[in-house]
Ligand binder design. Structure first.
Ligand code: EPZ
Length: 443
């Protein structure tokens, strides 16, 4: 085809160089030692919303240092809650909760901030919370949250992108209800369980999510005097009460961060320890690591050791609600499967669009074909470092894992995705012996 001049409406001017944070990873350095796991992001975010239920002051400890935690604190402070942050701790004083309106500019940055809707309705009888946007992995609707709150007596209008909920009646108090969730949504289970703690009467949530973060939230609410049973099963029963009192509550360890490090050991064929963990929260990840031929040894009630055996065999993964294989480990485990001998199939059943990491893996030499919500992976003998782009939180972690195993250097851009959900990931890997640097590059 003949060369055609580029038609531009204006003379091309050199764009101003921009500074951008990147991660530079030199592959194939063995890891060793031990890594300390931070508090669970997805538990901390829900429990932070749960502090709105408290009529006193409450303290949360073992809080991870994450961008998402900071954003959630901004949303809650905007509601009139006083928050004092010290390393690893958050102190909340919710006695002066003054507004039921969560600001759009803050909620739009963090989907999890939608979780404040249940506690606001329960405490104030009203809530105005912007619809959380979709994100890279899917549309992320909130219809199950809304329908459950309506069943509890909330009148809900959605207009101009804002969910406006109010409770009518003399005491403006939510009523207990029997709710069946069409899908065991983690967020909807959390919203409705929190709302029910201060409702009139009994609420039953059928087909509830069973994730460990649900149990942690229930334990937090019980520590404030709530009456909840069945959490961790698919049927949760809550007896509403009039008020919830102060508490001092530690967040559970992050099972997804722990799983990410276990996979790091397998993909780099390195042996090291991970603690604190709750081994029961990691059963599906441990089972699939062992299916690849990698051993995971218990070194105590809350400490595991990854022990690769020099071989990596292909295995299939299907993401499912807990206790199935967690969707938040799908990208990280797929990174491992790209180097496993044989052919693996990864099926993503929870989110409709959670395969963005595949294109980046292929830039590094992986053999992956995506058909709908399935990825077919053929193991290759090695991967090569390359410039890659993080597209979402768990994809960013998966790219770090591939970078650690690849020959040569990997440069990862869009590092902000990683900072949303991992507390000093590169510092923890560096302490294990990885060659990984956070740099500011002018591009
Ligand atoms: C939570 O998101 C986690 N986030 C996600 O972690 C996690 O992937 C997800 O649960 C599943 O385990 C937090 O806890 C902050 P869902 P959530 O409601 O509550 C559909 C990470 O990487 N759905 O269980 O939003 C939804 O579209 C993040 O740490 C509805 O259709 O997940 C999805 O397909 C990513 N209607 C499925 O259910 C609703 O009202 C699961 O969503 C709600 C959800």
């Amino acid at each position: 085809m003949e060369d055609r001049p580029i038609k531009t409406s204006a003379p091309l001017t050199p764009t101003r160089a921009t500074a951008e944070t990147i991660l530079k990873i030199e592959g194939r350095h063995p890891l060793s030692g031990e890594v300390r796991i931070s508090g669970a992001k997805n538990s901390a975010l829900a429990i932070m919303a749960g502090t709105l239920l408290c009529s006193d002051q409450c303290r949360l400890t073992n809080i991870p240092d994450l961008a998402d935690i900071k954003r959630m604190a901004e949303v809650i402070a905007a509601l009139g809650v006083q928050i004092v942050a010290t390393p690893g701790n958050l102190d909340f004083d919710t006695r002066h909760l003054r507004t039921a309106e969560a600001p759009y500019e803050l909620v739009s940055k963090l989907r999890a901030s939608f979780f404040v809707i249940g506690p606001l309705l329960a405490r104030l009888g009203e809530a105005k919370v912007p619809m959380p946007g979709g994100c890279a992995i899917g549309a992320r609707p909130v219809d199950l949250h809304v329908r459950g709150l309506q069943a509890m007596g909330a009148e809900v209008i959605i207009e101009h992108g804002v969910v406006q909920a109010t409770v009518k009646g003399n005491r403006r108090r939510l009523q207990g209800a029997k709710i069946y969730l069409d899908y065991p949504s983690v967020g909807a289970t959390e919203t409705l369980m929190m709302a029910a703690t201060l409702a009139e009467g009994e609420t039953i949530i059928e087909n509830a999510a069973q994730e460990p973060e649900i149990v942690d939230l229930a334990n937090f609410c019980r520590s404030m005097g709530a009456y909840i049973s069945g959490d961790g099963s698919n049927k949760i029963v809550i007896q509403g009460c009039d008020r919830l009192h102060a508490t001092d509550y530690p967040i559970i360890p992050d099972r997804i961060e722990a799983g990410t490090f276990l996979v790091a050991g397998a993909i780099t064929q390195s042996e090291f320890s991970v603690f604190p963990v709750v081994p029961d929260h990691l059963l599906p990840v441990i089972a699939k690591l062992e299916a690849t031929g990698t051993k995971v040894i218990a070194e105590g009630p809350n400490r595991l050791r990854i022990k690769p055996q020099g071989i990596l065999r292909a295995t299939d993964i299907e993401t499912l609600p807990y206790p199935g294989f967690p969707t938040d480990m799908q990208a990280q485990f797929m990174a491992l499967l790209t180097l496993c001998e044989g052919s693996s199939v990864v099926t993503e059943t929870v989110f409709e669009n959670r395969m963005h990491h595949v294109a980046e893996f292929k830039r590094m030499g992986a053999d992956v074909k995506v058909k709908g919500n399935n990825a077919i992976i053929k193991g290759v003998p090695f991967l090569s470092g390359a410039p890659v782009m993080a597209t979402d939180l768990r994809a960013s972690a998966a790219l770090v894992l591939v970078g650690l195993a690849a020959e040569g250097t990997t440069i990862m851009r869009e590092v902000h995705h990683m900072d949303r959900g991992y507390d000093d990931l590169e510092g923890k890997f560096k302490a294990l012996g990885a060659r990984i640097e956070r740099l500011t590059a002018t591009l």
